[in-house]
Write a protein that binds this ligand. Structure first.
Ligand code: F0G
Length: 382
């Protein structure tokens, strides 16, 4: 009997052993996938019960698109720090602890720093966070600060911050927590494992936003790993989406001044460039750019039609799927698409509140409230 995970059908982690199958509550990615991760008896069982995120069925969006699409949202904003980063971070910090590291460091557009700060705090290690000045969503900054990281802004963008961090780890014995760290990638692969564990098969397509290009690469490696284990026969076609103003992989050259309101993916020279392009090629997928307007529209549709609140970067993949569906890319046959929603909407309250209602108070009377809301009294049933 397979153990049941919160995402669906569950996987039997005791496969190939004589142990009793585990069927208790979710234990976090290290415990759940220990047999598929580079962990040993010495690796600390660090966890905040990350992973095990829901795969939520689209109720309106899929039905509104041409073709016969089943769209599932992998809601990674429900991880402990509100983004997908926690999966790889827990493994990277546990391995840093195991190796005797005294401190950690990362460059970040925000989510990596929030996750690094939280897991370093839990591991009892000081954490240095290097971020581009002026382009970090407020929620992420608040997290890094409150988890006690040393937060340093540099003038320049994420690519400059990453260059600085690479210099630091060359000269000091500090563990690098960016996705250049192979353990980040190992941990991140568990998201692909979970998709298969939930569906019993791989989806036809897997859509993701792309910034530093670690996530799309790690998902592909995860699907490849499961294929090698005989867990799946077919792998999905990987679809990566960048913001038009920060689309080096689409253009085929670095972007010196990347620009997008989706600050998480405001990256001009992704560290995992080659790996990501190989993943996209091998999977017969594609890399595309979407406009700021398309991102905003998908962001609003997710929130208003699906009830799912994401940060702007996460909406890029959905924006891309909407565009491709409109172009007939997915054909007429039934197809399952998983869209990874990488970060929670609460990360970026400023983007959320733009164009919102007036918050000027009205008198505390029912008629005044209804009038402000544009709901005439007679239109409301008694
Ligand atoms: N979505 C969100 C919410 C992100 O925070 C990131 C990356 C991505 C998508 C893109 O993933 O870099 O693996 O291609 N954020 C990094 C950070 C760069 O520093 O938090 P990627």
């Amino acid at each position: 009997m397979a153990r049941t995970s919160p995402v669906g059908t569950g996987r039997d982690a005791t496969r190939g052993t004589t142990e009793e199958p585990y069927s208790g509550p979710w234990r976090g990615v290290i415990a759940e996938y220990a047999d598929l991760l580079p962990v040993t008896e010495e690796t600390p069982r660090l966890t905040m019960l990350e992973g095990g995120t829901p795969l939520v069925e689209s109720v309106r969006l899929a039905a509104s698109l041409p073709g016969q699409l089943r769209i599932l949202f992998k809601c990674e904003g429900l991880n402990p720090t509100g983004s997908f980063k926690d999966r790889g971070m827990v493994v990277a910090v546990a391995k840093a602890l195991e190796a005797g590291a005294r401190a950690t460091v990362c460059a970040s557009t925000g989510n990596t720093s929030a996750s690094a700060a939280a897991y370093s705090a839990r591991a009892g290690m000081p954490c240095l966070v290097v971020i581009p000045h002026g382009h970090i969503a407020l929620g992420k900054l608040a997290q890094a600060v409150r988890h006690g990281a040393q937060v340093v802004c540099v003038s320049g963008n994420f690519d400059d911050a990453l260059r600085v961090v690479r210099e630091i780890v060359r000269d000091y014995p500090i563990a690098l927590l960016n996705s250049l760290n192979p353990y980040r990638m190992d941990g991140q692969k568990t998201a692909a494992f979970e998709v298969v564990d939930a569906l019993g098969t791989a989806p036809a397509y897997h859509a993701l936003p792309v910034g530093n290009a670690g996530n799309v690469t790690a998902y592909w490696w995860g699907y490849c790993h499961y294929r090698e284990l005989g867990m799946i026969d077919l792998q999905p076609r990987m679809l990566g989406f960048q913001a038009e103003g920060a689309a080096p992989l689409v253009r085929g050259e670095p972007v010196a001044q990347p620009e997008t309101r989706a600050t998480a993916i405001r990256i001009g020279n992704p560290a995992r460039w080659r790996d990501a392009m190989r993943a996209i090629r091998e999977s017969r997928g594609g890399i595309f750019s979407v406009t700021e307007e398309e991102i905003r529209a998908a962001y609003c549709r997710l929130a208003e039609e699906e009830g799912i609140f994401v940060e702007p970067a996460s909406a890029a993949s959905v924006a891309g799927v909407i565009r491709l569906a409109g172009n007939g890319f997915f054909g007429d046959e039934p197809a399952t698409i998983v869209c990874t929603l990488t970060g929670h909407g609460l990360k970026d309250p400023e983007y959320a509140l733009e164009g919102g209602p007036s918050l000027e108070p009205v008198e505390a009377r029912a008629d005044a409230v209804l009038e402000r809301a544009g709901m005439a009294r007679e239109a409301v049933p008694a």
